[in-house]
Ligand binder design. Structure first.
Ligand code: ADP
Length: 258
């Protein structure tokens, strides 16, 4: 608990700081991007075009990075609505199977007839994306990426302070059989800017973003990892309880009159 609290505090102060920087940064990047596009349209010089395209690509990446930072700093602005999680997993799964290396095999294990969960669809998408991209990165030589969804009772989710044992949740599992994590890495993965992919351009923000989003949704996030075997992330989101009109278990059911 102590650790979770410290983590939350760290995220909070970093979030405020990052949010401020990200906002200014966004305006600067917009200028760089805008003028690069302008120049690209005005030159016939092939090598100049090549350099400008590089600048354009880099500023595009910067925009994406800033978006991640803003998501994790803007915690109050979650606009939740009912989301069909299986439809989202199918849609993203299709996108990943087309863009990830062919050596990665996809496996879907989606529970039928799941009720909608309450979430901000964009943020939920970001959770799944960040977890899948990490899974891909962990399977350099290829492997199996499993996406699954399942309904669970809150009381089945262990050691999570956010969880109401009396509510039901949807558990989204993203499991890979990649290189896994040693305990010292495992202990630090939710720290903002912690990354083992320094040389490959890792930001160390992916899991901080995931953690922030899940907690803001009154959910929980767990991770199991075995070095050499793989990693399983589980994100739990509360299900909305919809009482069917006229259902017999409604309160104040009238007794048959004799
Ligand atoms: P980044 O991916 O930019 O490094 P993240 O916050 O998403 O930032 O991840 C932090 C670190 O956690 C990664 O650098 C990696 O060491 C570890 N990690 C995350 N997901 C996995 C995974 N599925 N398998 C192995 N290691 C992982």
């Amino acid at each position: 608990l102590e650790l979770q609290l410290r983590q939350a505090q760290k995220m909070e102060s970093l979030g405020t700081l990052a949010g401020g920087i990200a906002h200014d940064f966004n305006n600067i990047i917009a200028i760089v991007k805008g003028y690069t596009e302008f120049c690209l349209g005005r030159t016939e010089d092939a090598s100049l075009q090549r350099y400008l395209t590089e600048i354009h690509k880099a500023s595009h990446r910067a925009v994406g990075l800033v978006r991640q930072i803003l998501t994790f700093s803007r915690k109050a602005e979650v606009s939740t609505r009912p989301v069909d999680i299986n439809a989202l997993l199918n849609e993203l799964g299709r996108l990943f199977s087309e863009t990830f290396p062919r050596t990665i095999e996809f496996q879907f294990d989606l529970q039928k007839d799941l009720p909608s969960l309450m979430a901000d669809p964009n943020q939920l998408q970001q959770v799944i994306m960040n977890l899948c991209v990490n899974a891909r990165d962990a399977m350099g030589e290829g492997g199996r990426l499993r996406l699954s969804s399942k309904r669970v009772r809150g009381s089945q989710i262990l050691d999570q302070q956010n969880i109401d044992p009396k509510r039901d949740y949807v558990c989204i599992t993203i499991a890979d059989n990649g290189h896994g994590m040693p305990p010292d890495v495992r202990a630090r993965i939710f720290e903002p800017f912690f990354t083992t992919k320094m040389k490959k351009g890792g930001t160390g923000l992916g899991l901080s973003v995931v953690y922030g989003i899940v907690v803001n949704h009154q959910g929980a996030l767990t991770v199991d990892s075995t070095p050499g075997k793989g990693t399983t992330f589980r994100a739990f989101f509360p299900i909305i309880e919809t009482k069917k009109a006229g259902s017999s278990d409604a309160e104040g059911t009238s007794q048959p009159v004799p």
